[in-house]
Write a protein that binds this ligand. Structure first.
Ligand code: SAM
Ligand code: SF4
Length: 321
């Protein structure tokens, strides 16, 4: 499936739930969310049908995200069923890691290929503060377990927040020293609750290169990856910088999103959504056409840096970061 700008769309990120056991302060309001009704959420079999149709149109890579994907009932079965779909070559997950260790064997057995684990501080108290109650040791144990499992790759996602964790950059880079784990710093995006945050919290990833000056850029084969990669000589893992704000990667974007309430989102930074829930339930014969419409509607680029940019309203937990 090519969009209007010639980009081949091969990657679908599915938010399987808007619920989460954490309340990261840049992602979810402290009081939690107004939960979607059960009947307004795509059922597993509907997600599988949509992925089958997408695979016919060239989608080959799936990422399950959320909310927290591991709290969705039947998530292991969903991984297994998606993995078996013809044309799907890879299924991955982004998780906060809290339930990962105990579910790991089942997920690997179901065919999960890789995992990204989000972790914004290596200091227990800070971790608890940013997640509003999360326990760091549980997530660190999950990272160890994932690294020692049969998963093909473990990556860590760290959102850089000015005045909060920018003094931990070197500690995060050190994780790549003796283990082939990639640490990716993500610039904070003005989405949902974070849209109202003060300017000083939005720091550029350039800070990573200033603080960890021994990092050297490396050639990375995947042009559609939003990260540019660096490595410290002698270290096993890579350091990725994901700079949606200071340097956009829209021209190589190969992804679309599906929300848990069945909306296709052609672009993370646009409020444009195309409803698939009603279509799959009442007009299943039209699913393919609606998917194509979602791809055609993909905008050329985001406009976060424009002075008149209006932040999108859905919180990140409802989109799937
Ligand atoms: N709960 C899972 C997790 O935390 O990994 C998956 C969903 S979470 C929404 C996916 C990713 O989005 C996480 O790495 C999170 O840090 C990131 N994220 C959430 N809100 C963000 C924001 N405003 N700016 C940048 N990244 C954000
Ligand atoms: Fe939950 Fe992930 Fe959002 Fe944190 S970033 S509140 S773990 S969905």
């Amino acid at each position: 499936m090519k969009d209007l700008f010639g980009r081949e769309i091969t990657y679908l990120r599915i938010s399987v739930t808007d619920r989460c056991n954490f309340r990261c302060s840049y992602c979810m309001p402290s009081e939690g969310i107004c939960k979607l009704k059960h009947e307004d959420i795509l059922r597993n079999e509907e997600i599988v049908e949509i992925v089958k149709e997408m695979a016919l149109h060239g989608i080959s890579k799936i990422r399950l995200t959320g909310g927290e994907p591991l709290i969705r009932k039947g998530i292991v079965d969903l991984v297994r069923e998606i993995k078996q779909i013809e044309g799907i070559s890879e299924i991955t997950m982004t998780t906060n890691g809290y339930f990962l260790e105990k579910m790991l064997d089942d997920l690997v057995d179901a065919g999960l290929d890789r995992v990204n684990i989000s972790i914004d501080s290596l200091k227990p108290q800070r971790f608890e503060t940013i997640t509003r109650g999360g326990k760091l040791d549980v997530v660190l144990n999950a990272i160890d377990a994932a690294y020692n499992s049969k998963l093909r790759k473990v990556k860590l996602n760290t959102v850089l927040i000015g005045g909060f964790n920018d003094d931990e950059i070197e500690d995060f880079v050190d994780i790549t020293k003796s283990r082939n784990i990639d640490v990716r710093f993500i610039e904070l995006m003005p989405i949902g609750v974070a849209a109202d945050w003060s300017k000083d919290k939005f720091v550029s990833n350039d800070l990573v290169l200033e603080k960890a000056s021994e990092l050297k850029p490396i050639d990375y084969f995947d042009k559609s990856s939003p990260a540019s990669y660096y490595q410290k000589e002698g270290n096993l893992g890579l350091v990725g910088l994901i700079n949606p704000i200071s340097c956009n990667f829209c021209s190589n974007c190969n992804r679309i999103r599906l929300t848990s309430d069945g909306k296709i989102k052609p672009c993370l930074h646009s409020d444009e959504e195309i409803d698939l829930l009603d279509v799959i339930r009442n007009h299943p014969e039209d699913v393919g056409d609606v998917i194509k419409q979602g791809v055609i509607n993909k905008p050329k680029e985001h406009h976060i840096n424009d002075s008149d940019f209006i932040p999108i309203m859905r919180d990140m937990n409802k989109i799937g970061g």
